[in-house]
Design a protein around this ligand. Structure first.
Ligand SMILES: Nc1ncnc2c1ncn2[C@@H]1O[C@H](COP(=O)(O)O)[C@@H](OP(=O)(O)O)[C@H]1O
Ligand SMILES: [Mg+2]
Length: 280
């Protein structure tokens, strides 16, 4: 398939079964004894991350031959091009290991420096979100059953007070806490992986601030889904995040994901990331 000739919604629909397939593989591996290895950035990786990544790279290669796939476990082997995929085969590896079910498979197609189509699948929660031009959500049917019912999702208007904030279960930092304390947060929910973007896209929460380090494959797909659902994902000073920065090892700066852009002026993000404080 040539990407230039395809519309974004049909690309997103084609990405969904790839992420769901990888998610089913992860579900099967949940019960297996999974040995973890700690990476240089302090986060864990497992055989499941590698198996899901290999499957996704193969399926993307079959569908879109020659389009580079920058994926978490093998990112240094590939250079981004005008079009490229950013893949996190298992976002929330800590949660996969601990069995909370809050992990996701993230795939984003980037054109230039911004995503144009994306999927986030949360296999253990049986939910999947996609976006081309429009953001949609469906329940993942049990294996062997057909029929996905895609429904449009949209972020909600922020309430005057009592915002619902999503915070990382495993990676906190003081700068994020300082940003949140300047807002009238009513509820804080610990949530792992790119699910945070998707829950805001579905109108189930209002804000996710992250001043500790993350990688482009953690955010690109969720960024696109939330942006197409009416929200915004902004860096310090308000510009959208950009992708494909191989020169900085695909590290993101601080960002805020908002269901309602009118919250943005009340936020003060630091210019650089603070060191992550691993919480478990
Ligand atoms: N020191 C660090 N540097 C870069 N990224 C980090 C990091 N610590 C955590 N992360 C990122 O934070 C992600 C988890 O975020 P959350 O806590 O919101 O679930 C991890 O995703 P993976 O689980 O895919 O490795 C990892 O990419
Ligand atoms: Mg990740």
């Amino acid at each position: 398939m040539r990407l230039d000739d395809q519309d974004a919604n049909s690309i997103a629909l084609s990405l969904a079964p790839i992420a769901i397939g990888a998610g089913r593989l992860l579900r099967r591996m949940e019960c297996a004894f999974i040995e973890k290895r700690i990476k240089e950035d302090g986060s864990p990786t497992t055989m499941a991350d590698l198996a899901a990544e290999q499957l996704i790279i193969r399926l993307l290669g079959e569908a879109w031959t020659g389009v580079p796939v920058v994926a978490e476990e093998t990112a240094s082997d590939v250079q981004p091009d005008q079009f490229f995929f950013l893949v996190d085969p298992l976002d929330g590896t800590g949660d996969f290991i601990h069995g909370t079910g809050e992990y996701s498979v993230n795939i984003a197609l980037i054109h230039g420096t911004r995503p144009v189509a994306a999927v986030v699948a949360a296999p253990a929660l049986a939910r999947v979100w996609i976006a081309g031009d429009t953001a949609l959500m469906a329940e993942i049917p049990p294996e062997g059953h057909d029929g996905m019912e895609w429904r449009p999702v949209s972020a909600r208007t922020a309430p005057e007070s009592d915002l619902i904030a999503l915070v990382s279960r495993r990676h906190g930092d003081h700068a994020t806490e300082a940003c949140l304390s300047a807002l009238s947060i009513g509820t804080r929910r610990m949530t792992s992986s790119a699910l945070k973007f998707c829950l805001i896209a579905s109108g189930e929460a209002d804000i996710y601030v992250r001043c500790g380090p993350t990688m482009e494959w953690d955010t690109a797909a969720g960024d696109h889904i939330l942006s197409r659902a009416g929200g915004v994902v902004i860096g310090p000073g308000g510009p959208p995040l950009t992708y494909g920065h191989a020169d900085r090892g695909y590290l993101n700066g601080p960002f805020a994901a908002l269901g309602d852009a009118t919250i943005a002026p009340r936020l003060s993000l630091p210019v650089t990331c603070s060191p992550a404080k691993a919480m478990s």
